[in-house]
Write a protein that binds this ligand. Structure first.
Ligand code: NAD
Length: 702
């Protein structure tokens, strides 16, 4: 079926695109556009052309999968855009929906753009580790100026139709853009046509400042290939003739499209979507109706979770133990909203409305009319079981009971409610109203419609949901545990928190947003230590006497991290500096536990001991069926733990390093460090894939 064809309407040609669901540009659509446009060129009885789309949107981007093809070339599309722009008869784009990527590039090659007032315009390629490859980097600055173009291209953030109009990207807004575009095509026939490639960026006088900013951003993160590419293309747009800019963009794009960084980000793009596909949910299953949300425990997490729901328009009932605790919780929420208002990302009215959507109580029976209740009380099993039992009795039939536990057994909590089918884990990340990730923990008894409802709800509150099975720490914290374990082992062996964090944060190794010691100081050493202590006490956790003793000892000393001004680091005006006390503590604990100290632990060893156990744990998680697929695990780490998207997540990174190398290094550490607890024994799946030359990234259970 053709995806675009030329129609004749009186003396106008209409090039109509029809490629559901979002009119994505792929090889076939480009081919059909070339054919359709050639017919228009040949038919000189037509005085102008309107390009429009059927369905809910104009072209909303390119076919991302096509970039995997080593033969992919932007040349045919770019040549078509050149012919459209060079045409002596007017070509008008009628825009609606989301005009993104190749869609916007097509529109910018037209002589006139008319858009519906709700249209969104953007060049989001950077989010895939790319830049626009069909002259977007050259035409956009000529239309809207270098500054706004740089902003849009370097962040991938779209702009509204009103903004597009004021910036010169849209020429007119109209509720019926197709009708208006036809009028425009008639009006422009025979007149001088405005060709984007012939324009000078309107803010060319300010070019130096924009190019400096682009260059500085690139110098600040020289490992990010996209930054350099964007800086080069902006410079080309400001200083070179269009044809040379075209060549500069092609060079930059071709350098990116086959890069590991872009492959990593494109895979994550697909993995995030695939994570929404849940085995065992039949097509005719209906989600439960969710109108009112309840939160039990309005602390750090409960407050943030309440905001997530209020932000999405849900009325929320908050329950705390005492009026003071409720007041404190509401205070936290008010402070967070005030911060958003101050930063200009929320209006004072909207903040007031959202706070107004929350009602508080110290009586759990206030939750009786809620359709879902999220429990976020302290991480204490006895308390959780008590709350679960009460919720089981109070919540109305069909209401969902969700727990925000980070590590505890969701099945045990579910059993305590007496209605396990309604129970599920919703593991939010701190700060809950900001972090994208939501780990959805599917219990053994969780009903399919409970799961479906929560997955749909996650979408409504703009979270990236990933399903995990029940185990200690689920996907993310279970892997973080082995990373924390090796961190502490290396602290005992003589590495400093700063050295370990430096390796974790260095883009030469991983490039994490924060190393393990900074992270624990920020989240609260007490929070981490309590979890470890409870895990060990439960008998389920490791029983070796030196297991994560550093965090436990810091906790005993009240060195709870940033909030107490001292943890792994000492905090001077909020800035972490090395702590002699922590260094002495590590040496003392090493002596107590008979750990041999070394003067110099190589950075490469630190890197391998942080990453490889996580990869091994990921393989176990897959084998045990805790995660459905490898992509889910990489989504968890990139959207919840500050793992850089350009590295693709721990599993993608492991595949790039080579599983055979990882297994060899694990065998090596088993020998040199000793392996009494099996920490360095490769998971069977990892060893098998290493031997067969397979990749873990591609592994899926379903
Ligand atoms: P918090 O100490 O900040 O808040 C807990 C709140 O629960 C307190 O305000 C307390 O008064 C209230 N509470 C205790 N018992 C209650 C009861 N019976 N009824 C009503 N309220 C009660 O703790 P937090 O950091 O928000 O953690 C809450 C949960 O979220 C824990 O299970 C924790 O493991 C999990 N979690 C925490 C983080 C994090 O980074 N802090 C991240 C993910 C998950």
């Amino acid at each position: 079926m053709t995806q675009a064809k030329l129609l004749r309407e009186g003396d106008l040609g209409i090039l109509r695109i029809d490629n559901p669901p979002v009119n994505a540009l792929g090889e076939q659509l480009v081919g059909d556009l070339i054919d359709g446009f050639a017919q228009f060129e040949a038919d000189t009885s037509l005085i102008g052309l309107v390009i429009e789309c059927v369905g809910r949107t104009f072209v909303a981007g390119g076919d991302i999968a096509a970039f995997e093809n080593p033969e992919f070339s932007a040349i045919p599309m770019n040549a078509l855009l050149g012919r459209i722009e060079g045409c002596s008869r007017p070509v008008v784009a009628a825009l609606h929906g989301t005009v993104l990527g190749g869609g916007l590039e097509l529109a910018m090659a037209c002589h006139v753009r008319v858009a519906h007032p709700q249209t969104i315009f953007g060049l989001p390629e950077i989010l895939l580790g790319l830049i626009p490859g069909s002259l977007g980097t050259q035409r956009l600055p000529r239309l809207v100026g270098l500054e706004l173009a740089y902003q849009m291209i370097s962040t991938g953030k779209p702009i509204s139709a009103a903004h597009a109009l004021s910036a010169g990207l849209a020429d007119a807004l109209d509720d019926l853009p197709g009708v208006a575009a036809r009028t425009m095509a008639h009006d422009c026939a025979g007149a001088d046509l405005r060709r984007t490639s012939e324009l000078t960026p309107p803010d060319i006088g300010n070019a130096g400042a924009v190019l400096d900013a682009a260059r500085r951003a690139s110098d600040k993160a020289p490992w990010l290939l996209t930054r350099r590419a964007v800086a080069d293309c902006m410079a080309a747009a400001a200083t070179l003739p269009f044809a040379e800019g075209e060549a500069a963009e092609a060079r930059a794009f071709n350098g990116l499209v086959h890069s590991t960084q872009s492959r990593a980000q494109r895979r994550l793009f697909f993995a995030e979507r695939e994570a929404q596909k849940i085995p065992g949910l039949s097509g005719d299953l209906r989600p439960r109706n969710i109108q009112r949300v309840g939160i039990v425990g309005v602390g750090t997490m409960g407050g943030g979770i309440a905001m997530c729901f209020a932000n999405a328009g849900f009325p929320v009932t908050l329950v705390e133990t005492t009026p003071e605790a409720l007041e404190r919780g509401r205070g936290l929420i008010a402070k967070a909203y005030a911060g958003s208002v101050k930063r200009g990302i929320l209006s004072a009215e909207a903040a007031a409305e959202r706070e107004g959507a929350m009602t508080g109580s110290t009586d759990m029976s206030a939750l009786a009319d809620c359709d879902i209740v999220v429990e976020a009380v302290f991480e204490d099993m006895k308390l959780k079981l008590d709350v679960a039992q009460k919720l089981g009795a109070i919540c109305k039939p069909g209401a969902i009971i969700a727990t925000n536990t980070s590590t505890l057994d969701v099945d045990q909590i579910a059993a305590a409610t007496g209605r396990a089918a309604d129970v599920i884990g919703t593991h939010f990340f701190s700060p809950a109203h900001i972090m994208k990730l939501l780990e959805v923990v599917r219990g053994a008894q969780t009903a399919p419609d409970t799961l479906l409802t929560v997955m749909k709800l996650a979408k409504r509150i703009a979270k990236t949901a990933v399903v995990s099975g029940v185990c200690y720490g689920f996907i993310g914290n279970r892997m973080a545990e082995v990373y924390g374990r090796e961190n502490e082992a290396m602290l005992l062996e003589g590495a400093s928190p700063a050295q370990i964090d430096g390796v974790a944060q260095s883009p030469d190794f991983i490039g994490l947003a924060m190393g393990p010691n900074r992270m624990l100081d920020m989240a609260g050493v007490d929070v981490g230590a309590r979890t470890v202590i409870e895990w060990i006490a439960s008998g389920e956790g490791p029983q070796e006497p030196n297991y994560r003793v550093v965090c436990q000892a810091l906790f005993q000393r009240g060195q709870n991290g940033q909030k107490t001004g001292h943890g792994y680091y000492l905090y001077n005006d909020g800035k972490p500096v090395p702590s002699n006390a922590t260094a002495a503590l590590c040496a003392q604990l090493a002596a107590e536990h008979g750990v041999t100290r070394r003067d110099n632990i190589p950075d490469q060893e630190i890197f391998e001991r942080l990453l490889f156990p996580m990869v091994n744990e990921a393989a176990l998680i897959l084998e045990e069926g805790i995660a459905y697929r490898a992509g889910d695990i990489d989504v968890v780490w990139t959207s919840g733990y500050g793992f850089p998207a350009w590295q693709g997540g721990p599993i993608f990174m492991a595949d790039e390093i080579g599983l055979d190398r990882i297994v060899a290094r694990m065998d090596h550490y088993a020998q040199v460090l000793g392996n009494p607890h099996g920490y360095w024994t490769p998971a069977p799946l990892l060893r098998k894939l290493a031997e067969s030359g397979g990749r873990l990234s591609d592994w899926k259970r379903v």
